[in-house]
Ligand binder design. Structure first.
Ligand SMILES: [Zn+2]
Length: 193
């Protein structure tokens, strides 16, 4: 099996069940509609990519970088607008100030999020940490949506940890709707399904 990130030989094989979620706006508010994939699928990640993720904490990964760029642009644009319109009482002063705050808050939360994830994973024994890191590498490469964003995709890792977590807790952790919880547990082979 090839590494999903670099294409080289993968030493770590991950099993995961994809869950599609669609938000449907109805008369009673917003409803969620979920469909689990046909079966658990396997993906490969090489040790090198997992180790790299552990060293860099995923900050070099696509998702974190995109967040930094997005909030960075917002922050800078806010600053530029604030300076340009300073003291003029221009109508754009309020949105400019809001952009500065939103950008700064976003940068701080993006940084904290990846730092906490790294800390949590670094505290594990090496082999376990590598598998967790491999899953993060997979998440960074895996598609996040399909059919032009109609469906959001999430991935449930199928491993010892998942299978020893109570179904009720899994539905909370992975936001699984009660209507499909049973089907999901059967598909991942949960002993309490
Ligand atoms: Zn690799």
């Amino acid at each position: 099996m090839d590494c999903i990130a670099c294409g080289k030989d993968a030493q770590i094989v991950l099993r995961t069940l994809q869950l599609r979620t669609m938000h449907v706006r109805g008369l009673t508010g917003e409803d969620k509609y979920q469909v689990p994939d046909d079966a658990v699928r396997e993906y490969g990640v090489c040790r090198e990519c997992a180790e790299k993720w552990l060293r860099e904490g995923g900050t070099a990964g696509g998702r974190a970088v995109r967040k930094y760029i997005l909030f960075g642009i917002l922050f800078c644009a806010g600053i530029v607008l604030s300076v340009v319109f300073r003291g003029s009482g221009h109508v754009l002063m309020m949105p400019a100030a809001a952009a500065v705050f939103a950008g700064a808050a976003g940068l701080v939360s993006a940084f904290r999020g990846s730092a906490e994830e790294k800390k949590r994973i670094s505290a594990m024994p090496l082999e376990e940490a590598l598998r967790e890191a491999a899953f993060q590498v997979f998440l960074e490469k895996a598609p996040k949506e399909m059919e032009e964003g109609q469906w959001k995709l999430t991935y449930i890792p199928v491993n010892e940890k998942t299978l020893s977590t109570k179904p009720g807790d899994l539905t909370v952790i992975y936001d699984i709707q009660p209507a499909v919880a049973k089907e999901v547990m059967l598909k991942i082979g949960h002993p309490q399904a």
